[in-house]
Ligand binder design. Structure first.
Ligand SMILES: [Zn+2]
Ligand SMILES: [Zn+2]
Length: 90
């Protein structure tokens, strides 16, 4: 399994971002997705450079719980995952 972004997000339910990670933060060593990479420091995450503070949600879902979904539950989040994705020129 490829690394998933470890940034905590969510105002109501705190959980890991879990987008595919593109780099490990040089400061906290957590895998981070493209969206949580600092704009000013390319090898750090937004939290380490003070650009983002994880919200203090009432409910906190651990990473173990987040990744403990069954295949059926995950399928509910990606109903079109078997559909042919259009390819674009980059
Ligand atoms: Zn970091
Ligand atoms: Zn992220």
């Amino acid at each position: 399994m490829s690394a998933r972004c470890a940034m905590r997000i969510g105002r109501l339910v705190s959980h890991a971002c879990a987008q595919p990670a593109v780099f490990d933060c040089a400061r906290c060593a957590r895998p981070m997705c493209r969206g949580h990479r600092s704009a000013s420091l390319a090898d750090a995450c937004v939290q380490c450079v003070g650009e983002y503070a994880p919200p203090r949600a009432r409910v906190d879902v651990s990473d173990a719980d987040l990744f403990a979904f069954t295949e059926d539950e995950l399928a509910a989040f990606a109903p079109h995952r078997d559909a042919v994705r259009p390819e674009y020129d980059s």
